[in-house]
Design a protein around this ligand. Sequence first.
Ligand SMILES: NC(=O)c1ccc[n+]([C@@H]2O[C@H](COP(=O)([O-])OP(=O)(O)OC[C@H]3O[C@@H](n4cnc5c(N)ncnc54)[C@H](OP(=O)(O)O)[C@@H]3O)[C@@H](O)[C@H]2O)c1
Length: 349
Amino acid sequence: MLPAPVSTQDPATATGRPLRWGVVATGTIAARVVADLALLDDAILQAVSSRTEASARAFARRFGFAEVYSDAEDRPGYERLFDDPAVDVVYIATPHAQHHAVAMAALTAGKHVLCEKPLAMNARQAGELADLARDRGLFLMEAVWTRFLPSFCRAAEILRSGEIGSAQWLQADLGFVAPDDPASRIQDPAAGGGALLDLAVYPLTWALGVFGEPSDIVARGALTPEGIDRQNALTLTYASGACAQLLTSIGADSPGEATIAGTEGWLRSAGPLFNPRELVIQAKGGPARTERFEVPGNGFGYELREVTRCLQSGLTDSPYMPPAESVRMMELLDEARRQMGIRYASDAD
Ligand SMILES: NC(=O)c1ccc[n+]([C@@H]2O[C@H](COP(=O)([O-])OP(=O)(O)OC[C@H]3O[C@@H](n4cnc5c(N)ncnc54)[C@H](OP(=O)(O)O)[C@@H]3O)[C@@H](O)[C@H]2O)c1
C-alpha cells in the first residue's frame, strides 16, 4: 500500500464543489470528527441521525446541521437519513457491531460512505461492503485517519528515502486503561469489545505501511471472563526477514509509540502513534534529530479532505485506503482472534 503524499495544504481549503454530509450517531468520535468537518470550506453539514430525537437535535444545534432524523417505530433514524436526497455522503460513527448493517443500508440507498474503524466485525462483513460499493459505483473508505496525517506520510517518505537504510523491524504499542464498566462498548462482547478491534488498526497501519503484507502472524492475548481481549501481542514476520511486534491493551497505559529499526539507523514516532507529534530520526550513527508536527483542529481534516478530493474527482476508492486494504486488515484481525480464541456473535451469521 502506497502511503499518501505529505500534505502541506490546510485541509480546510476547498478543492471543488461542496459535498453535503450526513452523520450517523452523536457519540464521542462523531463530535470530534464533525468539529473538523465543520472547518472544511466545501463541506455542508446537511443532516444528522441519532437513536433519540433529543440527541439528534442537540448535536444539530451544536454543529449547525440543517436536518435531523431519529428512530421511528418502523425504522431506524439512519435509514430515514439515507432516504434524504439532499445527502451526498455519510459518516458512520456507531460502535463496531453496527458498522456493517448501517453501511450496507447507506450503500443500498446510494450514499457514499466514510465509516469508522474497524470497517466491520470480520473480513466477511468487510468484503460484503466492498462488493456492494463496487457494484453500485459508490465510494467507501474506513476512517483510518492516521494514513493521511502529514507526520505519518513524512515517516513513510523518510523510510523510502533510505535515510535509515533498509527497515528490519518495527515495534509499536497502544494502550489505555478503559473504564471497568461492563456496559461500555469497549468491554461489551456484543459491541465488539476488546483491545484488538478497537486499537490494533493503528499499529497494523504502521506495520502494513512499513513492510506490506506479512507472511505469518502469531497472536497471543489475555482474555476477560466475558471472552474479549484485555490485551494482546501480535508478531508479524515477512518474507524479507523483517519482523514486527505490535501490542495493544485496554488495561494498561502505554506511550503509544512506533519504532522502526533499519540497517543504517532508526525512526521513532512519539505522541501517540495514531497522531504522531514528533518523529525522532537517528541515521548513520549521527546525532538524532526531531521533526515536529501540528495538526489543525483534532487532526481529522486530512482524511475528510481525502474523501472530499476523491468524490470531487469521481474516484470510488481512495488509493491510500481502499476497501481491499480494510478487508485485508480484517483478515489479519480474524486470524489473530482465531488464535486467541475470541468469537463474536457476528461470526455465526
Ligand atoms: N478514529 C478514531 O480516532 C476513533 C476514536 C474513537 C472511536 N472510534 C470508533 O468510532 C466508533 C464509535 O466510538 P465512540 O467512542 O464514539 O463510541 P460512543 O461514544 O459509545 O458513541 C457511539 C454512538 O453510536 C450510537 N450507538 C450506540 N449504540 C448503538 C447501537 N446499538 N446501535 C446504533 N447506534 C448506536 C450512539 O449515538 P446515538 O445515541 O446518537 O444513536 C452512540 O453515542 C467505534 O467503532 C470506534 O472504533 C474511532
